[in-house]
Design a protein around this ligand. Structure first.
Ligand SMILES: C[S@@+](CC[C@H](N)C(=O)[O-])C[C@H]1O[C@@H](n2cnc3c(N)ncnc32)[C@H](O)[C@@H]1O
Length: 224
């Protein structure tokens, strides 16, 4: 299923050695400072590796015109891989809670829409004209640690924002699915492992089970 959704890499930004080093040093320093300020919220001590970012991008980008929402974009490591994989930067919506990271993302991806807010409620904060048009939601927020009811609300909000064939991608250090598929009425598939990440990270893809009604509650509440 995933291979039919991919497009070939189109751009190779930041490919010169010097630029990569400067950019990565800045990213790591900023990420570390934000982790020191909010260790639980930031979760990882380092930004995602290039290996993980590319794994995510391979599974997220099918066409330059896809609309992709990234939850917890951090310093933009995954974002950069999405653009390098051919996604039009203007089709990206980045949601991040940390104000310093939001400012950094706005400078770094000036054509993307960057929203400062709680990414566990994406439907509530996305621009209204993108609702129902999102192809993929990529989550880097710690959904594994949410209680079940918050996970239910989270996936409801994600799928309410997406097209009918939209997919939710979640990366995780956990071996098992970070979202419990049966209680949440999800179909889940492990899409790959980025072994070079520290620690190694898995990528999971989710779609609603047929007839699950996921997403309808969030959309209904907003319509009232
Ligand atoms: C594990 S880091 C991933 C950062 C980046 N995507 C990467 O791959 O390097 C998690 C990020 O999610 C952000 N975050 C955590 N909870 C969030 C929430 N509820 N809403 C928005 N951002 C959140 C953190 O500030 C942090 O930047």
């Amino acid at each position: 299923m995933q291979s039919s959704r991919r497009c070939e890499p189109r751009l190779s930004l930041h490919s010169s050695g010097g630029h990569v080093m400067t950019s990565q040093t800045t990213e790591i320093g900023l990420f570390l400072r934000r982790w020191l300020a909010h260790p639980l919220r930031v979760g990882a001590i380092m930004p995602s590796s290039r290996a993980l970012a590319r794994l995510v991008a391979r599974n997220a980008v099918t066409s330059p015109d896809d609309t992709v929402v990234e939850l917890g974009a951090g310093t933009g490591t995954v974002t950069r891989a999405l653009v390098e994989a051919g996604l039009d930067e203007g089709r990206l919506v980045l949601i991040e809670l940390d104000r310093d990271l939001v400012a950094y993302l706005r400078r770094r991806f000036p054509s993307a829409t960057v929203i400062e807010g709680d990414a566990s409620r994406p439907y509530d904060i996305l621009p209204r004209d993108s609702i129902g048009k999102v192809d993929t939601v990529i989550s880097g927020i710690p959904a594994l640690q949410f209680p079940l009811e918050k996970q239910r609300q989270f996936i409801g909000q994600c799928f309410a924002a997406m097209r009918a064939d939209g997919q939710l991608l979640q990366y995780t250090y956990s071996l098992a699915s970070p979202l419990p598929t049966a209680p949440l009425k999800l179909s889940g598939k492990r899409l790959g492992l980025a072994f070079a990440n520290v620690p190694p990270a898995h990528l999971w893809g989710y779609t609603p089970l047929e007839g699950s009604g996921i997403g309808e509650a969030a959309a209904g509440e907003a319509a009232e």
